[in-house]
Design a protein around this ligand. Sequence first.
Ligand code: 9MR
Ligand code: 9MR
Length: 598
Amino acid sequence: MQRFSTLIGVILIGLSASCTQVQKSGSAVTELQGQESIRLNQIGFYPNAPKVAIVTGKSTGDKFYLKTQDLSKTVFTGSLSESQLTELSKKPTRVADFSQFTKPGVYVLDIPGVGQSYPFEIKQQVHQEVAAAAMKGFYFQRLSVDLPVQFAGKWHRPAGHPDVEVLVHPSAATAQRPAGTVISSPKGWYDAGDYNKYIVNSGITMGTLLSAYEDFPQFFKEQDLNIPESGNNVPDLLDESLWNLRWMLTMQDPLDGGVYHKLTNANFEGMVMPHEATSTRYVVQKGTAASLDFAAVMAQASRVFKSYGREFPGLSDSCLTAAKKAWEWAKKNPKVLYDQDAMNKSFDPDVNTGAYGDKDVSDEFIWAAAELYITTGQDSYYTSVNMVPDAKMPIPSWPQVRLLGYYTLMRNIEKLSPVAKIDVGVIKDRLVQLANEMVQGGAAGAYRTVMGRVTEDYIWGSSSVAANQGIVLVQAYKLTGDKKYLTAALSNLDYLLGRNAVGYSFVTGFGEKSTKFPHHRPSVADKVVEPVPGLLSGGTNANANKQDKCEGYTSSFPDEMYLDHDCSYASNEIAINWNAPLVYLASALEALHKEAGL
Ligand code: 9MR
Ligand code: 9MR
């Protein structure tokens, strides 16, 4: 973080210097419009990677210039592409491609008749700080512990939510744990801008982070996040994940193995700091989706933490035991779906927080079976589920985790027994085919990104669609070694950092024009000007205006429905299941770009 702030400091000083200069010549307005209408990854580019900016609106000239930050030297001259209309809002765009220029440094694009871009950097490891900050974002979401200045800087705060006295909600009551029984369920991460903890969403989040670790262990062994555990012999990603894993373990009813759906208030709190949010907390109804996501995470964690038996004696075994018990519960209760409205008709108090009510758990069965099969080597887990029910390869999201299971099978291809071998050949082919379609679409799109050419991409939390598409492409690169998949993955990181139809970097603290007012209670209530850093805004959402009904949306096009205001929970909340694929994507690119020659 420190290195990053210095860099930003330099950029800011440089920027104000160049503004003054332009103002003197009387064209400050052009410059500001220029920054807005030149869309690019505001952090920068790897030296040998594709480097593209998109010019929106009318541009009169044909040439563009890459200049040193003080504008004194032109280092590269190029021609803008022909104009092309964006897929959804039908606006004219042109491409400034300066991929041929590879020399490290800080630069701006100068486009006559348009203006100058935000400054950006060309260098190796240009996304190192973003990758680390995205992972550190989880530290800022910790419950039950103070975040002191040493680790949290100006975002230090007192501990929130001890969660050592949590009530069993009537929906979760059993003979041994009747309604009102007090249990202890501390730690974990706040899910998002709210203060509740949801097993289903923790599931995909943990699966994505542990997969990042399994795919790039060396990268994470070298990463230092400056968290309280940083000095131990365990990678910081694992130490941080353990904070949430320990909470998850408490969400299993030890008597029958079922897992509570969530730990929550009855209603969302006001926009206050965590330690000021003190309403009664409940664990709510056990469910099949929660139990299966839990089983998958615990089986994977058992594998990952096996190498850290000295640091965490017994942890790996406890995780596996918990995974098996949750799996058995789900096999006996295969259709206990979470339906909050129905539950509220039968039990009091009503619970009105996030539902995460998945109506189809067949993919959760696939994921849990895959993790248990790989960890135990027992065919029975694999054969008890229809692992390839159809030819679909759905991009992961909280209600859709099939590919998490497939990634695990592919990652462990040499361990597979005959029951899985044939399937995995087919799955590999389908994954590469999906990646090929993404590469082709991205190359043709107005923004030259895989993300965002179709309305369906712009769901609530669309930033995670971009990041999860990126993970598919990283997997395809790992399978084939073909670098076109990695550059397509990079195009989606470019999307998240500014090359998109609203021109925002959706990562707090990264980029001149980045999310500043996320729907995130600590960022709203903490009196610090800057939002908590390293958090990924959900981003553009085609239906956001109808969902949160905030005033201020300036466009009704699906690719432009974004509002950087804390009112906008449908386009500007943050969430752990969105940050996790950002961690994966940025870290994968950091770990792989040199070997791929980018
Ligand atoms: O803060 C809540 C956010 O975390 C949820 O994603 C969102 C949708 O469930 O709801 C937010 O809470 C709002 C509530 O639903 C309606 N009243 C205003 C609350 C935000 O200030
Ligand atoms: O990410 C969730 C999105 O898919 C749903 O459409 C939306 C409304 O149910 O809820 C989102 O999840 C929110 C959760 O319900 C409560 N915590 C904040 C989450 C992110 O907005």
